[in-house]
Design a binder for this molecule. Structure first.
Ligand SMILES: [Zn+2]
Length: 204
């Protein structure tokens, strides 16, 4: 029996190598089902959950249309790629759509659901900043706030090690704003932290 299982695995592995199909990866862990985000329907469901999370935990709600595409995020400047340590799995920009600007989000296909949603949290925080002109001239804080939301999503979804990774990023260009925001939150609570970030926007 074990031999057959092994053959099966080998077959799938070969198939994966030859065709690049993700089917193989879905079956590699039999005890724990891993869902990889590869279709628009999955994106839609993942987005729905993330929006409800953001609303419940951070009072982050968006009015404008959101378009999430599964694709390799466009590479910006080398400087940016270097400072993001080539971890670039998602990006965000706005694009006019009818009367109002739409939030355009690109995320690498094939990420595990939790990872996809963490990135989505991050990019939707940028969308929120854009709608409310939050932290307009404070790029470090803008990035810090997006990482802060992503950080909490990871903790709340039992990925503490990934959250710690975010904490450890040392950003020469953007500073260590996540630490600053976390320190503020520790002392004053989440609600006050959101208000503080809004106030910073008003004075920037
Ligand atoms: Zn960002």
């Amino acid at each position: 029996m074990q031999f057959i299982t092994l053959l099966n695995k080998l077959g799938r592995w070969l198939e994966y190598l030859l065709t690049g199909q993700s089917d193989f990866r879905l079956h590699t862990t039999s005890t724990q089902r891993v869902e990889l985000i590869e279709h628009d329907l999955q994106v839609k469901e993942a987005l729905r959950q993330v929006r409800s999370y953001l609303k419940g935990k951070f009072s982050i709600q968006l009015r404008n249309p959101i378009v999430v595409r599964l694709d390799r995020p466009q590479t910006k400047s080398w400087k940016w790629r270097w400072t993001s340590r080539f971890r670039h799995v998602g990006n965000y920009y706005t694009q006019p759509m009818g009367e109002m600007p739409a939030h355009m989000i690109t995320i690498l296909p094939g990420l595990e659901r939790w990872k996809f949603q963490a990135v989505l949290c991050h990019e939707l925080t940028h969308a929120y900043q854009s709608e409310r002109a939050l932290l307009n001239h404070l790029r470090g804080y803008r990035e810090g706030m997006a990482r802060w939301v992503e950080y909490h999503f990871l903790l709340d979804h039992e990925h503490p090690q990934e959250a710690r990774k975010l904490e450890r990023i040392e950003d020469i260009m953007l500073g260590r704003m996540l630490h600053k925001i976390l320190a503020y939150e520790k002392e004053h609570g989440r609600r006050a932290t959101c208000q503080w970030l809004e106030q910073l926007s008003a004075t920037s």
